[in-house]
Structures are given as C-alpha cells and as structure tokens.
Write a protein that binds this ligand. Structure first.
Ligand SMILES: [Mg+2]
Length: 118
C-alpha cells in the first residue's frame, strides 16, 4: 500500500508518517501543498490513498481534491481529508467533492487506522 501525505506542516507530516508507518505502511510519499502533491501523485502512481490537509499555501486541499477527482486516471485513489474541529462544517463540501472520508485533527492512531481502512 502506498500513501501520499499532503500537509504544509513538516511536523504534522512527521507525526502522520510515524503513525502510518506503525500501521504497517512502508511506502509513504509526501508533499507540502496541493500543487506539489499533483506532481508527486502523478510520479508515484499507483497511489492507494492520500491523506490530505485542507489549509495549505499555493493550492489548498479542496482544490487538489477537485482537480484529482476531475481526472479519471485517479479514480481508484482514496482520499481522506484532514480537518480541524473548527473546520468540521466544511466536511460536507469535501465529501460532495469526492473525498472518501475525513478525519478530525488531532487524531489518535486508532482513529487513523479506522479511517484509512487498515
Ligand atoms: Mg495546513
């Protein structure tokens, strides 16, 4: 299983990388914003799952999500949106835009395991 972590926070990516690694995922690639993530995704297919931050500079998560979902090449890529508690109201928009699931930050390893279907 290959996972793409997209978050502008290096610290957040490091935490997620450890958590996902502890769940047995060995193939992990990273990007710091949506635009970078489009390139990383393209170059690393097949990617099974994207863990996607919402607020990022250059290209935010929802724009990345909509761009990816407009391309049939990526129809099998699962996308899990990461959101803070205060952004929870936007989850509907993410799901309507093609996110497979969402997870509220900060999350426990157990929540991550469940949301990623691992
Ligand atoms: Mg962010």
């Amino acid at each position: 299983m290959k996972v793409l972590l997209v978050d502008d926070s290096v610290t957040m990516r490091r935490i997620q990388k450890t958590q996902i690694g502890n769940l047995g995922v060995t193939e992990i690639v990273e990007a710091g914003d949506g635009q970078e993530a489009l390139g990383v995704l393209k170059n690393n297919m097949p990617v099974d799952l994207v863990l996607l931050d919402w607020n990022m500079p250059i290209m935010d998560g929802i724009t990345f999500l909509k761009t990816v979902r407009a391309d049939a090449t990526y129809k099998d890529v699962k996308i899990v949106m990461c959101t803070s508690e205060s952004e929870k109201s936007r989850v509907v928009e993410a799901l309507k835009s093609g996110a497979n699931n969402y997870i509220v930050k900060p999350f426990t390893p157990e929540a991550l395991k469940e949301k990623l279907g691992l």
